[in-house]
Design a protein around this ligand. Structure first.
Ligand code: NAI
Length: 248
């Protein structure tokens, strides 16, 4: 039997990057996949088709994770279509990097609402379903930068550190109902987000990584499968770094 057979996963920001890799990996393990992104465009449609080609049910939803109303509607739509939600991945995230001296209030607020408030929104929206089922796994996509901080990313690192506190609190609130909540802290993973960085910054990052390479979205997906599945039935409130040893 596959690791996620019979389970339904909801992944935010799933059209591309790490979210998409998780969707494909979960589908390969037999899960039905609901994923969201800002719009239903050709990228979302292509991802939806790639997932379906693995022989599972899949649907992409246009939904802004930073909006509580959108998140509640998304959770309702997913339950209406798939009947349950076993796995929630709070993956949607953005960067608006700058030194604090130059950072606008707008960029602080935007990063907080997309990266951190989204976890509040979606977790609040799905928790009733998971509590009723008496099982669930919530995975929050934090970052090594949320653990260690990073110059030029005060908004991003604060949002990702906030996710860790949120993860540990949810593990304590929901543990008695057999709903688990863990965080993944990826390091330097090759996606559109990191392709925006200048070449010299990328090389600097890579030379400081003990495993001497950047990570792939699939490296993150492998750890996410563990957290999503019953292999981690006794694991909650933890932060697992997937960073080639960047953070120890
Ligand atoms: P990406 O930029 O390639 O993909 C993020 C996806 O989220 C995009 O499809 C985007 O449209 C979507 N999104 C943005 N705002 C949204 C919103 N309000 N509602 C719904 N969807 C929204 O980024 P990547 O690299 O795949 O990152 C995924 C997660 O992993 C993020 O939370 C990021 O902070 C985190 N992460 C990434 C690292 C990396 O090196 N790439 C390292 C550490 C953490």
């Amino acid at each position: 039997m596959k690791l996620l057979e019979g389970k339904v996963a909801l992944i935010t920001g799933g059209s591309r990057g790490i979210g998409k890799a998780l969707a494909l990996r979960f589908a390969a393990e037999g899960a039905s996949i609901a994923f969201s992104d800002l719009k239903y465009d050709e990228i979302m449609e292509a991802t939806e088709n790639e997932i379906k080609a693995l022989g599972v049910q899949a649907k992409g939803f246009a939904s802004n994770a930073a909006s509580l109303a959108d998140s509640e509607k998304l959770a309702e739509d997913v339950v209406a279509l798939f009947g349950r939600i076993d796995i929630l991945v709070n993956n949607a995230g953005i960067t608006r990097d700058n030194l604090l001296m130059r950072m606008s209030e707008q960029d602080w607020d935007l990063v907080m609402s997309v990266n951190l408030k989204s976890a509040f929104n979606l977790t609040k929206a799905v928790q009733r379903t998971m509590i009723k089922q008496r099982s669930g796994s919530i995975i929050n996509m934090s970052s090594v930068v949320g653990v260690n901080g990073n110059a030029g990313q005060s908004n991003y690192s604060a949002s990702k550190a906030g996710m860790i506190g949120f993860t540990k609190s949810m593990a304590q609130e929901l543990g008695s109902r057999n709903v688990r909540c863990n965080a993944i802290a990826p390091g330097f993973i090759e996606t559109e987000m990191t392709h925006k960085l200048p070449e010299e910054v990328r090389n600097q990052w890579i030379s400081s990584i003990p495993l001497r390479r950047s990570g792939k979205p699939e490296d993150v997906a492998d750890v996410a499968v563990f957290l999503a599945s019953d292999l981690s039935a006794y694991v909650t409130g933890q932060v697992i770094s997937v960073c080639g040893g960047m953070s120890m």
